[in-house]
Each structure stands twice: as C-alpha cells, then as structure tokens.
Write a protein of this length. Structure first.
Length: 288
C-alpha cells in the first residue's frame, strides 16, 4: 500500500509545484511589462512627431523620425552636457565611495560611546528631503567661491550625508571575521593600512552597490546642478538640459523623449555591468 501511494503523492506535489511556477512566471511577467512600459513608451515617443506623441498607447510608431535624436543632440547641446555630467558623476562616485567606506569601516568594526545613537540619527536623516538641505549647501559653495565651477557642483554632489551608502558599508564590514583584523594587527598593520589593504578589497560587492547608487543619483540629479549653473549655462548637466525642452507656450515632447532616452542609456549600461555585484552587496549588507 505504501509503495502504491507514494508515486501518487509525489506526482500531485509535482503538478502543484509546476502550477505555482507557471502562476509565478505569469505574474512576474505582467509586473515586468508594467514596470518597463514607461521606458519603452519614452523610446517610442522619441521617434514620433511631436503632434503624435500622445495619440494612443501603442509602442510601434507608423513612421520613424530619427531626426528627433539629431535635433535633441544639437538644440540642447547634449554633447557638452554629457561631458559635464560624466565629469561630475565619475568624480563624485570616487569621492563618495572612499568617504562612505572609511566611515562605514569605523561604524562597522569599532565600538565607541554613542554609536547606537549616531546610527539612529543617521537612519532618521534618510527621510530628510533634499529640498531642505539645498539652501545651506548653496550657501557653503558660494562662501567658498565655487558656485560657478564644476568643482563646486562635484563638491555639492559628494558632500551630502549619503546615509544609505554609509550603512551599506557598515553592514558589510561588520560581517567580516574578526580574525582577519587580528592577523593584520599582529603583522603590524595600522588603521589605514588594514582598511586599504584588507577590508577595502574584500568589499567589492558593497563598492559596486555604492557605485551604482551614487552613479544614478549624481547622473540624474536635477536640483543642485540647476541652482549652481543658473549664471553659467555652460555647466549644465543632462538632467537640466532635458528640462530646457519645456517652453512657456510649447513643449517639444518628442525631442524631450529623445534626450531623456540618450541620458538614461549610460545608467542602464552601468547597472547591467554591475548588477551581479549589486545583488551580492545588498545581500551581504543585510545579513548579520
């Protein structure tokens, strides 16, 4: 009796498991389509005439107007803005990775009075909107006479708190075995040498995660570059350049979609190249 019932139970479980997988795939496919549809619509709008952008929700245009891309590149000076955005983003990423890694190393590996209070205060600062900090940031940059330079924008982008990146590094460094640090101390390595030679190379997934987060934040940031480049349009970034397509009486949505598509392509490429490390870094930071 036992031998005849086991196959039936196993077959039933297999059928239930396959049904669940099918349902899961269908649901995830629908969610993926809904999630990706705005980006696909934007790409479709970039090759449509301006008067046909909002005619229907279809993604396949009847006629392809690639001239929108050429006009968007020349009219908004996207070449110059692309260079500005690249310089600001790459420099800000390097600064933020180093500063948040060193602070995360201290928070994750060392104990000191008020550590829990400090971490709690940092967690609360996550919910502080950027608009509340733009005034003191601009005041500091102006006081240092850097308001009309790319370095001023870089300093404003990289000088924020960056709480999420900091806590990611702290969580990742916390789970590294203590024996590694003790062995480095026995060999005579000091604070900075232990950090630079041992812990920082071990944190590649966390570094990739912070690179992605900061790259997206700096590349797409609009408020700080807008305020600090008002008197010098030559310092505008891609996000500010896309905004220039919106006029007082007429908005060229097709060229705006083309410019937005071109500005998002580097973000997508960077994320696709580092997505494996991004997942590992997020998982490693939350595991204790």
């Amino acid at each position: 009796m036992i031998a005849t019932r086991l196959p039936r139970v196993t077959g039933r479980r297999r059928s239930q498991g396959s049904t669940r997988r099918i349902i899961t795939y269908v649901v995830l496919t629908l969610v993926c389509v809904i999630w990706v549809y705005p980006f696909l619509w934007m790409m479709s709008a970039s090759v449509k005439p301006n008067g046909m952008v909002f005619h229907g929700i279809g993604l396949w245009p009847a006629h392809w107007y690639f001239s929108n891309w050429v006009s968007a590149w020349t009219d908004a000076h996207l070449g110059r803005e692309f260079i500005n955005t690249t310089i600001i983003t790459v420099t800000a990423v390097v600064i933020v990775v180093f500063t948040t890694a060193t602070m995360g190393y201290v928070l994750g590996r060392f104990s000191f009075p008020g550590k829990r209070i400090l971490i709690g205060a940092l967690a609360v600062l996550i919910f502080l909107p950027q608009g509340y900090t733009i005034i003191p940031i601009v005041g500091l940059i102006t006081a240092m006479h850097l308001d009309n330079s790319l370095f001023g924008i870089i300093l404003a982008e990289s000088g924020s708190a960056h709480i999420i990146q900091l806590l990611l590094f702290a969580g990742y460094f916390r789970k590294i075995p203590k024996e590694i640090e003790e062995a480095a101390t026995v060999d005579g390595a000091g604070f900075f040498r232990t950090f630079l030679k041992i812990f920082f190379p071990l944190a590649k997934p966390a570094i990739a995660t912070v690179v992605i987060l900061q790259f997206i934040a700096s590349w797409n940031d609009f408020l700080i570059p807008l305020v600090l480049s008002l008197s010098r349009p030559q310092l505008q970034t891609l996000a500010v350049g896309v905004y220039s397509f919106q006029g007082q009486n007429l908005t060229n949505y097709s060229e705006m979609a083309a410019a937005s598509t071109m500005s998002l392509l580097p973000v997508i490429i960077v994320f696709l190249c580092l997505q494996r490390y991004f997942i590992e870094g997020m998982a490693g930071a939350v595991r204790q």
